[in-house]
Design a protein. Structure first.
Length: 421
């Protein structure tokens, strides 16, 4: 079994990386010693979790390259030899769906990959798992070519296209791949047919149910009190925060005194899409009943879920939303869009409510129904945690990744002995 695992996550630890940390800890409980590696440090304003300092102290960052890295990179490339270097450059120069400028950038990426290869070799890493299918996967692939150390990758969604070009090469050379939903599994089987590793498994991310639990029971909204609607997601147009704000304004017009709280920050640490959303809120006179919290630690996230009457998410697309999982684990009724793999988590009308994307009227009707029918709200609350426990528990999902690592190791050992499996 693999005893020393390299775990590569881009810009770790970021605001959405709590499930990475849960997975790392769960793997270590299974006996897998993880070496944390990342591309570069995240913006300070989204590095908010209570465990972030500990995680950052354990993480080696590949970029930016320092002057002291140059000799080490040259030594690693010399060690790899011309054949392995040529293989990297050939893949870079023939990458799928790339412009020549993008192919040149891939060639330059080989230097950072040499740094990664050196780290893995010197630290005794036996396998590298990449929590991305974007450029981090290119780095892992090139580092694998240079070092001979196998790698695997995760597709977290919402779409394969989001992770850029060269997907066929990234997947073809991987020891195995994992995807977070059945929907994404079907996508890679269709679009990457003939270029997939022997093992591709559905491994959803999970929630630590020991942490995500209520101290006091859920209480439905009562007429006459302020209704708290909570949402959590990075500030990005794909999350549909503008659609949710419109829905909340319509709900207020129907006589429900509601306040929307949105947790999350944009990828630039507050200098990007946040400004667009703030203008949208101001233009519609919604500032008094919409609050943008920014990136929040898990403790604040749990506190907001515990106080909320509804968790709402109006995303255009998702892999399977971790924020929805966490809300259901906290037994807060969810009203969310039926996009991506969300229907693999939410059973409509049983443990949550699914609505169409881009239809505020439909979301308003669903939220009003949950709010005005406390028995329905309680039923959704009770059923939601059971669903997470069944399929999206962090311990069980880490165990699935652990089994993939075991299969990969066993397959490599058989092939080394010349046995066909």
């Amino acid at each position: 079994m693999i005893s020393r695992l390299g775990y590569l996550a881009p810009e770790f630890p970021g605001q959405t990386h709590a499930f990475f940390w849960r997975e790392i800890r769960a793997l270590e409980e299974l006996g897998v010693n993880s070496r944390l590696i990342s591309t570069k440090r995240p913006p300070v304003r989204i590095n908010v979790h209570g465990w972030a300092a500990q995680a950052q102290a354990r993480t080696t960052y590949l970029l930016p390259l320092q002057s002291r890295d140059i000799l080490a990179i040259m030594a690693e490339l010399l060690r790899a030899g011309p054949v392995r270097i040529a293989r990297c450059l050939k893949i870079a120069l023939t990458a799928d769906d790339c412009t020549w400028a993008e192919r040149l950038r891939l060639c330059l990426m080989v230097a950072a990959a040499a740094k990664l290869a050196r780290i893995m070799r010197k630290d005794g890493i036996e396998h590298l798992h990449v929590q991305s299918c974007a450029n981090s996967a290119n780095l892992a692939m090139f580092a694998s070519f240079l070092s001979g150390i196998p790698y695997s990758l995760s597709l977290l969604g919402p779409t394969l296209e989001l992770y850029g070009p060269n997907q066929r090469s990234k997947w073809r050379h991987a020891a195995f791949g994992v995807v977070m939903s059945k929907l994404l599994y079907d996508v890679v089987q269709d679009r990457l047919a003939g270029n997939l590793p022997a093992v591709v498994e559905i491994v959803p991310v999970g929630v630590d149910l020991n942490e995500m639990q209520r101290v006091t029971p859920y209480q439905p909204w009562q007429s006459g009190e302020v209704c708290r609607i909570y949402s959590c997601g990075r500030l990005n147009a794909i999350k549909g925060h503008d659609k949710l704000i419109e829905a909340v304004m319509m709900l207020r017009e129907r006589g429900i005194d509601c306040h929307l709280i949105i947790a999350g920050e944009d990828e630039q640490g507050g200098s990007g899409y946040r400004h667009t959303l703030e203008r949208f809120i101001a233009d519609r006179g919604a500032a008094s009943h919409v609050t943008l919290l920014g990136a929040v630690p898990e403790t604040e996230h749990r506190a907001q879920l515990a106080k909320a009457h509804i968790f709402a998410l109006a995303s255009e697309n998702e892999g399977i939303s971790v924020a929805i999982m966490e809300s259901m684990a906290m037994q807060t009724p969810v009203v969310v869009t039926d996009v991506g793999g969300n229907s693999e988590l939410v059973v409509n009308g049983d443990n949550g409510v699914l609505v169409s994307y881009g239809k505020p009227d439909e979301m308003v009707a669903a939220m009003e129904k949950v709010l005005r029918h406390p028995d329905l709200a309680l039923d959704l609350s009770k059923a939601s945690r059971r669903r997470v426990d069944e399929k999206f528990n962090a311990t069980s999902t880490a165990l699935k990744l652990f089994e993939c690592l075991k299969k990969s190791r066993a397959g490599a050992e058989h092939l080394t002995r010349g046995t066909v499996i």
